[in-house]
Design a protein around this ligand. Structure first.
Ligand SMILES: [Zn+2]
Length: 339
């Protein structure tokens, strides 16, 4: 335990998202208005990790919320994708005994099939803090308990997806994704949402959803966490409440079903998402849950940065943002009383 303004941190961890590294000249987002710094994103990641290495209170683990490498790497074929992934993983591996927990995003799935990640050791840190469900050979969602009063629950918002099933076209989740998608977006370009209104704007292939099986698992995890009085942070690549801002183009396809499960259990204190790049936050007035979309590294100017360090204090989670990431103080549902 160490201190932040005189308050001891029971456990400290890092948060970073949307590095989208590519060995490529700078470009822009799909709208052509926001610059993407493809090579420099790796420098910003290294700076973030160097900062974590120098923290006086040891960073126990890192949450990487998805899109570690950019889809454009796949233009150079599989070798290029592997080269980019190796480059982007190197900084995390330099943390040595500090594991990184990865979330898979759409750009990751532009480079590799989901079967690659299901089998990859990057999804199963060897120094795992997991005590219950780790990513398995079947699922990319998982939970772990880094502190008796803090549980992380990672959702896979591309389980029902048009992405990542190229080598398993008969997978029921891929077939279900196609059926759902056809009901909402009949365009040839599956990422075109022009003309769609309101929540329908989420029906782009760069978003996705979760299965009933995952929702059932989520409910079981949250029920146990509530009984054990564990504070829960949900991590996800695609946000589940961005509609509040009118930014429906980055929203999980069945976000309402996920929110309904969360609303049943008081243990959830925060939802951390990536994917939307500019970042936003909102406290759900019904549940008190703090939703945060963490700003992307890829669209952060050289000289600035986009990451955060979170500390579990006696009665709050203090998230200290750097650069484009704001800071937050989130009240714990179950306080930690020190003797
Ligand atoms: Zn994304």
């Amino acid at each position: 335990m160490s201190s932040l303004s005189g308050k001891k941190s029971h456990i400290t961890f890092g948060i970073v998202t949307d590095v989208q590294y590519a060995d490529s000249e700078d470009g822009t987002d799909f709208s052509g208005t926001r610059i993407r710094y493809y090579r420099n994103s790796l420098n910003l990641l290294k700076n973030a990790i160097n900062d974590w290495k120098q923290q006086t209170d040891r960073v126990a683990f890192v949450l990487q919320l998805g899109d570690l490498i950019d889809g454009k790497n796949n233009k150079g074929g599989e070798e290029s994708s592997h080269r980019a992934l190796t480059s982007a993983l190197n900084p995390f591996q330099s943390l040595k005994s500090t594991p990184t927990y990865h979330t898979i995003g759409n750009h990751d799935l532009y480079n590799f099939q989901r079967s690659f990640f299901l089998e990859s050791s990057i999804m199963n840190p060897s120094l795992s803090l997991s005590i219950e469900t780790s990513p398995s050979s079947k699922h990319l969602y998982y939970t772990f308990l880094p502190h008796p009063k803090l549980r992380i629950v990672n959702l896979d918002t591309y389980e029902i997806s048009l992405l990542g099933y190229g080598d398993s076209p008969d997978d029921p989740n891929f077939l279900l994704a196609q059926a759902w998608f056809r009901e909402h977006n009949g365009r040839e370009n599956v990422n075109d949402v022009d003309g769609l209104e309101g929540l329908e704007r989420r029906w782009a292939a760069y978003n996705g959803g979760v299965s009933q099986q995952q929702l059932t698992w989520l409910g079981q995890v949250l029920r146990k966490a509530t009984a054990r009085e564990e504070n829960v942070i949900i991590t996800t690549h695609v946000g589940i409440k961005t509609e509040y801002r009118g930014y429906n183009v980055c929203l999980a396809w069945n976000s309402e079903e996920i929110l309904a499960v969360l609303a049943d259990y008081p243990c959830v204190i925060a939802v951390l998402a990536g994917h939307e790049h500019s970042g936003w936050d909102h406290i759900d007035p019904h549940t008190g849950v703090q939703h945060i979309t963490v700003p992307a590294v890829i669209e952060t100017e050289p000289g600035s940065n986009a990451y955060a360090t979170a500390r579990l204090l006696d009665d709050s989670l203090a998230i200290t943002g750097v650069g484009t990431v704001p800071s937050y103080s989130i009240k714990l549902r179950y306080a930690i009383y020190s003797v």
